[in-house]
Design a protein around this ligand. Structure first.
Ligand code: AMP
Ligand code: MG
Ligand code: MG
Length: 320
């Protein structure tokens, strides 16, 4: 079945298996206790778990899909030798059993870019907020996020039962999303999730502007979108330029697969072609429903901070 399945289904199927393996890699690093923390920038950490998980994911996917562009968050030495037994070659059978949406069944290697966040929520990982951590593998086709895998390696970790730890959520637009329990969000509330560790005045002002009944400050773009798809919060509001393409590609695809919306703060779609800037400089707004209502609540002066600068020549890009 694997050899004949459409390319997109094979990539998602492999990504599910690879994300689980990356979860084991992350848990092993933490169990050994030496996190090897490096400061990449202001309030931006990297640990041995981020590095090892990325080595495993990128090398595994590259071996199976050598012609597909794959970008990971961490800058690692590309010549580094990675042992074969560190790579995952399994594919998830449940994914392969499903029928690929018609419009995605002929996608070719060149059309695809895979965006990998090997460990989303690193700040929280280093202080033991383990359920905030996710592994994100997003698949974009012609610049649009269409498939995503979100693995949560410490789901159920309070039970201290290694066998029941972790869960994998995946989705494809047109096929739906799997691996989680849905509940309807409460009607008379407006629960907003946002960053725990990267707040600014603008971030807080935007959250206040959408009239929350409660604010849930947690780590990770993946984790926050999980709260959304499970109906535990109503919107994820992040008026900051801090998120990158690997943070949003997989969560966006999973959210869109169940009918939600992830856009920038201006309401425009985020694009994922291979040469796009890595930063989501226009911010992130994600909702299960009523996206326009949230967009309209964001004050114009905040939106102004996220409008792309006119070009240096002063023509504002309006010619031609
Ligand atoms: P958070 O909600 O703060 O966990 O952020 C979601 C993702 O965006 C994480 O991968 C963060 O590392 C990243 N991120 C958000 N803001 C910043 C920032 N100011 N600097 C670096 N990374 C950021
Ligand atoms: Mg991240
Ligand atoms: Mg990361």
């Amino acid at each position: 079945m694997a050899a004949t399945a459409p390319l997109l289904m094979r990539i998602i199927s492999s990504s599910v298996a690879v994300s689980k393996r990356a979860g084991t890699v992350i848990r092993n690093v933490l169990r050994k206790g030496d996190l090897g923390i490096v400061e990449k920038g202001k309030n931006d950490l990297q640990t041995e778990a981020d590095r090892s998980a990325q080595r495993c994911i990128i090398a595994s996917l590259h071996r199976q899909f050598p012609k597909v562009a794959i970008f990971g968050e961490e800058q690692l030495d590309p010549t580094e030798k990675i042992e074969d037994d560190f790579l995952e070659s399994d594919m998830d059978e449940e994914v392969l059993k499903m029928t690929c949406p018609e419009n995605l069944s002929n996608v070719q290697d060149d059309d695809i870019v895979i965006w990998v966040d090997p460990l989303d929520g690193t700040s929280e990982f280093t202080i033991g907020l383990l359920d905030h951590v996710t592994v994100l593998i997003g698949v974009a086709v012609k610049g649009k996020a269409v498939g995503g895998v979100i693995y949560q390696p410490y789901y159920n970790y309070q039970l201290e039962d290694e066998n029941n730890m972790g869960r994998c959520i995946w989705g494809i637009i047109g096929l739906g999303a799997y691996g989680f329990g849905k509940q309807m969000p409460t009607k008379d509330q407006n629960i907003i999730t946002t960053t725990r560790s990267h707040s600014t005045r603008t971030v807080t002002e935007a959250v206040e502007a959408v009239e929350p009944t409660e604010v849930v400050r947690v780590g990770g773009a993946g984790h926050k979108v999980l709260l959304l798809i499970e109906g535990k919060v109503h919107a994820y509001v992040f008026a900051s330029k801090g998120c990158k393409k690997w943070d949003t590609c997989a969560p966006e695809a999973v959210l869109h697969a169940i009918g939600g919306t992830l856009s920038d703060m201006l309401g425009n779609p985020i694009l994922y072609h291979r040469d796009v800037p890595r930063k989501n400089s226009e911010g992130v707004l994600a909702t299960l429903a009523n996206h326009e209502w949230y967009l309209n609540k964001i004050p114009e002066d905040i939106k102004q901070e996220f409008r792309p600068e006119p070009s240096a020549s002063g023509d504002g890009g309006s010619k031609n």
